[in-house]
Every structure is written in structure tokens, then in C-alpha cells.
Write a protein that binds this ligand. Structure first.
Ligand code: 9MR
Length: 579
């Protein structure tokens, strides 16, 4: 366990309309964590030509951008008026310093440098390390593999969970696989801070990485994350997702095509390292949602792999398509097998009973992979609930895939999907333009940070379609939010920023004896769903502020593969586009 147990309670500073001026009384440049939270800024930084906006909680006529090295003011600007945000319960004003383009390290300061922001950088490669670290986080979460010093640095650890002898749970029995029968299901990523592997969540995570490969193929070819497979002839993003996809394939029952919902311990283990967590592992009940999500992801994989010139991948892609078709057929024959945890299993449920979107997603991906568009009707597309994608809302994943298709046979569905996607992306942009915190987010669920990143993916897909820079400006706002310009003042990616999250709910990070958490992980983010996860800590009732950098705060400070995938997507895309 960590040698220190400092718990930083998220500070809820009551600020009102027309905020009170800061009176820290510190000399030039001296700042405390409280004063640092008075100016919220992306703590990693900006590409030279991007829009750059900080948020001020302090009343001031002007603000300065100060070059850290020389101490000189390089730009002075006037902030806009204060705006109250119902989600944070405070008022902020926006400070635009886009005119500062010279590479370097800066701070925003006001009131004669008494109040300054965290330090940030402007530079060409500013998001490169973040993209690398956020992909590397998947490597650090690999199950059944030793994390070596060469690739894991100080987060090297022994392999855990070989999963070569996994029991068929009573909920998953079939003629050829009775209860207690053993199957081999090695590899894959741990889902989150726990050590279980869930098909529903693995699917959207893997699909998000596949979508990235589809949208930015040239970037992927040169992108090196320093993982064990980096020296082979396959792009690292694909190598990393293969580690999970190959595991997913083992979760399909070869006899009927159905897919087990998850591979799991009976209950969550304590905060021990993976190799010390040796409780029996089970595959549990097949479910319609898992089979559909699996079908969608495998169909998408077959398309992406077919575009590569690597024989190993094109061959695997063919296998994925076969697997996709049989999983889809199982789901059609078993359309309402909803998952709920059996009485002796208490790990994550990923239970979803509204699965018309999963049917649509799987059908769309299969249609695109086979060019058989009889699988999706325009009516099915029009009947989808259009919202940001998440593990239980997959319509948008199908819409994005159809909207980006190059298949002439898809043209009618493509046109309609583009219309839906652009319409939704426009709404997101409008929201970010009118939001005091300059984000589109107007709801706070468990994993709220991933909703921010997923909204950015929709904007990036819209940008891909019509090249309108307003989508990039809005996505930059999402980057800025995640990296510090949010109501908590934290940079939400471990290992980055001036105010870092240190105590993520992540078993290896909690058990490894290393002060710094595994880097490159996106903390779930603020929300008020479970205010009592840390009995000793009182969190804000304002959802945007309701975050605790404490290991016990599983509802705000856990990490998860479906949150890191959109993080990687966003950082990789910004790095690839460099605009
Ligand atoms: O991300 C999931 C969130 O939407 C649910 O509200 C929550 C409670 O069911 O579960 C979250 O997923 C967790 C999963 O069940 C188990 N591994 C950790 C995941 C992230 O907290």
C-alpha cells in the first residue's frame, strides 16, 4: 500500500456572482493551492495556433500571460464578464489569450501576480506525451502479462491472472461445457481499478481504438508508445487493442456463437497486486448485449484490419468477421437475455435492458463489413435515441461508422447518418459556446470525464466530415476541461499537470508501494451518484465539483478502459491534427 495516506478533500470554495477579489497577500509569483485554483487553465498546454482560454474566479480588470523563464508579461487581456454555472455553483469569467503563440512555459496572473494559474506550455508536440501515456495505460492494465521495467518503468510488476483455467459458472452451462468445466481465456485488459474483464465494456473500448485507427491511419503508422510489440510491423495502437481483442475471441462459445458476459472473480478483491489476487475465475452467463457488442466490435475489426497490408491482420480480420456473424446470429435467436448478476457474483454488472441501440450498432457494423445493407433500414436508424456514446448507449457508434463509410452502397444510410451526427455535433458546439466552463457537458454521470472525451469524438467525427473548425475549437474546450480547466482544478490524467490526481481507485496503483499512480489514466471524474463512497469525506452537492482524489472514491476517482479509450482518441487526434 502507499506509504502516505493523504486524502485531499476537494475544496469547495463558495464563490458568488461578481466574485470577491483574491486577497492572498503573497508576494510576486508566490501561490498556494487555493490561489492556484482561482485561475483554471489546461495545465498541460496548447498547440501554438489553437484557441486558448482560461477561466478566472477572481475579479479583475485585466489578466497577464507571464513567461515563466523570464518573468516577463507577454500578453495582457481583458476577461469577459462573470457567468454562473449551475453544475459547479460558482461563477467564472473567460480569459482569451489565443494571441500568445510562441512556444514556452507560461502562467496566467492577475492582481500584480498575487494570483497565478498553474504553469502550462505552448508547443507543437504538446499532446504527444499524453497520447503515448494514455495508450500505455492499457499496457499497464494488461492481464496475464508481466509488466517489465523496459516498458513499465517503475510501475513494472509481476503477471497476474493467467486465466488459462477459468471455470464455467452455473449461469453459463451448456451441453459441452457443464458447470466447473475449465476453459482458457487469457489476456485482455483489466476493466478498471478491478481485475475483472467484461465484454460489454471491452467492446466499446476496443471499438474506440479501432475507430481511431480508421480515422487517423497515417498517424497510427508512425505512433510509437514503447510497448513490447513496438518493433513489429503492426501499428502500436493495433498491437495494444489486439491484446484485448484476442481475449474477447476466447469469450465466445464455439458451439453456439453466444458470448459470455464477463470473466470475473465472485467478488471484488482487496487492494493487492494482480499476482497476489488468486481467487477462482469464472465466465458467467451469455447475454444478448455482450453478444451484440462483441459482434459490432469484431465486424469493425475486420474492416480496419482489411485496410492494412499485414497478412497476420487480414487473416485475423476474416476470423473476426466469422465470429461477429455467429455472435449476431445468437443474439437474434436470443434477443432478450438481459444480464443480471447471479446471487453469488457481485462484481460489475454492465447490465443494460435497452438494447435496441446495441442491435442497431451490431447490424450497422456487420452491414459495413459485408456490404449487405439489408441488415439496417433507414427506419431503424431514424428510431435511434441520439446521445453521446457509452457502454450502455451505442447508437452513436453505429451512426459514426455509417457516417464515415466510403462504401458507395452505404450512401443512403451514410447521408442520413451524417445529418444526424452533424446535427448532434452542432448542438454540442452550441452548448460549449454558451457554457460558462466552455464545455458541452450538461449532465454528470459516473465517469463524467469520459462523457466529455466521447463528446469530443463526435465533434472530431463531424470535423472529419466537413472540416468546419468550430468542432475543433469545441473539442479543445474538452481537452482544456480534462486537463485542468474544470471546477475541481485537477488535471484528470495521472502523471500530468500541476494539480495531479494521486490516489486513483486502481488496485495496482494502490498496492505497488509507489507514490505516483500508474500514469496516463483518466480519473472517472466528478458526479453526485454515490456521495458516500468515502464515509469520512464530504463531497460537494454540485456535481461538477463533487470529486475526491481519494482511493476510496470509486465513484469519482476510479479509472476504466472505456474512459481511457476516448482520452487516447482525443489526445491522439489533437496530436495528429496539430491545429
Ligand atoms: O462505468 C460504470 C457506471 O456507468 C455504472 O454506473 C457503475 C455502477 O454499476 O459501474 C461502472 O463500471 C464499473 C464496473 O461495473 C466494474 N469495474 C469498474 C467500472 C468503473 O467504475
Amino acid at each position: 500500500m502507499k506509504t502516505f495516506t493523504t486524502i485531499i478533500v476537494s475544496v469547495t470554495i463558495a464563490l458568488f456572482f461578481g466574485c470577491t477579489p483574491q486577497t492572498s497577500g503573497l508576494s510576486n509569483g508566490a501561490t498556494t493551492s487555493d490561489t492556484l485554483d482561482q485561475i483554471l487553465v489546461n495545465q498541460v498546454g496548447f498547440l501554438p495556433n489553437s484557441v486558448k482560454i482560461a477561466l478566472l474566479r477572481v475579479k479583475t480588470e485585466t489578466f497577464d500571460v507571464v513567461d515563466v523563464k523570464s518573468g516577463k508579461v507577454v500578453f495582457t487581456g481583458k476577461p469577459e464578464g462573470f457567468k454562473y454555472w449551475e453544475f459547479s455553483g460558482d461563477s467564472v469569467c473567460s480569459a482569451d489569450f489565443s494571441k500568445v503563440v510562441a512556444p514556452g512555459k507560461y502562467q496566467i496572473c492577475t492582481n500584480g501576480k498575487k494570483v497565478c494559474s498553474q504553469i502550462f506550455e505552448i508547443g507543437e508536440g504538446i499532446y504527444n506525451n499524453l497520447a503515448k501515456a494514455s495508450l500505455k495505460a492499457f499496457y499497464l492494465n494488461r492481464s496475464g502479462m508481466e509488466i517489465t521495467n523496459e516498458f513499465g518503468g517503475k510501475w513494472a510488476r509481476a503477471a497476474g491472472h493467467p486465466d488459462t483455467s477459468v471455470l464455467i459458472h452455473s449461469s453459463a452451462v451448456s451441453t459441452n461445457r457443464p458447470e466447473g468445466f475449465k476453459i482458457s481465456s487469457p489476456g485482455g485488459w483489466y476493466d478498471a481499478g478491478d481485475y475483472n474483464k467484461y465484454i460489454v465494456n471491452s467492446s466499446i473500448s476496443t471499438h474506440t481504438l479501432l475507430l481511431f485507427c480508421q480515422m487517423y491511419p497515417e498517424y497510427c503508422k508512425q505512433f510509437i508508445a514503447n510497448i513490447p510489440e513496438s518493433s513489429n510491423n503492426i501499428p502500436d495502437v493495433i498491437d495494444e487493442l489486439l491484446y484485448n481483442l484476442r481475449w474477447m475471441l476466447t469469450m465466445q462459445d464455439p458451439d453456439d456463437g453466444g458470448v459470455y458476459h464477463k470473466l470475473t472473480n465472485k467478488s471484488f478483491c482487496g487492494f493487492v497486486m494482480p499476482d497476489k489476487a488468486n481467487e477462482p475465475r469464472y465466465v458467467v452467463q451469455k447475454s444478448t448485449a455482450a453478444s451484440l457488442d462483441f459482434a459490432a466490435t469484431m465486424a469493425m475489426a475486420s474492416r480496419v484490419f482489411a485496410k492494412t497490408d499485414v497478412a497476420e491482420l487480414t487473416d485475423l480480420g476474416k476470423r473476426c468477421l466469422v465470429a461477429s456473424k455467429s455472435a449476431f446470429a445468437w443474439a437474434k435467436a436470443n434477443p432478450a437475455v438481459y444480464y443480471t448478476n447471479p446471487s453469488d457474483i457481485s462484481t460489475g454488472a454492465y447490465d443494460d435492458t435497452r438494447i435496441k441501440d446495441e442491435f442497431f450498432w451490431a447490424a450497422s457494423e456487420l452491414a459495413l463489413a459485408t456490404s449487405d445493407y439489408s441488415l439496417v433500414t433507414k427506419k431503424t436508424l431514424d428510431n435511434q435515441v441520439v446521445c453521446v456514446q457509452s457502454w450502455d448507449s451505442s447508437a452513436m457508434l453505429g451512426i459514426i461508422s455509417l457516417a464515415l463509410s466510403n462504401d458507395p452502397k452505404a450512401s443512403e444510410l451514410k447521408t442520413q447518418s451524417q445529418k444526424i451526427l452533424i446535427g448532434f455535433a452542432d448542438q454540442l458546439v452550441e452548448k460549449s459556446e454558451s457554457s460558462p466552463y466552455k464545455v458541452s457537458l450538461d449532465f454528470y454521470k459516473w465517469g463524467s470525464n469520459s462523457d466529455v472525451a466521447n463528446q469530443a469524438i463526435i465533434k472530431l467525427a463531424a470535423f472529419k466530415i466537413n472540416n468546419n473548425s468550430k468542432y475543433l475549437v469545441s473539442a479543445q474546450g474538452d481537452v482544456d476541461y480534462l486537463l485542468g480547466r474544470n471546477a475541481t482544478g485537477y488535471c484528470f490524467v495521472t502523471g500530468f499537470g500541476g494539480k495531479q490526481v494521486m490516489n486513483i481507485h486502481h488496485r495496482p496503483s494502490g498496492a505497488d508501494g509507489i507514490v505516483e499512480p500508474c500514469p496516463g489514466f483518466l480519473a472517472g471524474g466528478p458526479n453526485t451518484i454515490v456521495l458516500t463512497d468515502c464515509p469520512e469525506i464530504t463531497r460537494s452537492n454540485f456535481p461538477a465539483k463533487s470529486f475526491s482524489d481519494a482511493q476510496c472514491s470509486y465513484s469519482t476517482n476510479e479509472v476504466a478502459i472505456n474512459w481511457n479509450a476516448p482520452l487516447f482518441f482525443l489526445m491522439g487526434a489533437m496530436d495528429a491534427l496539430k491545429k
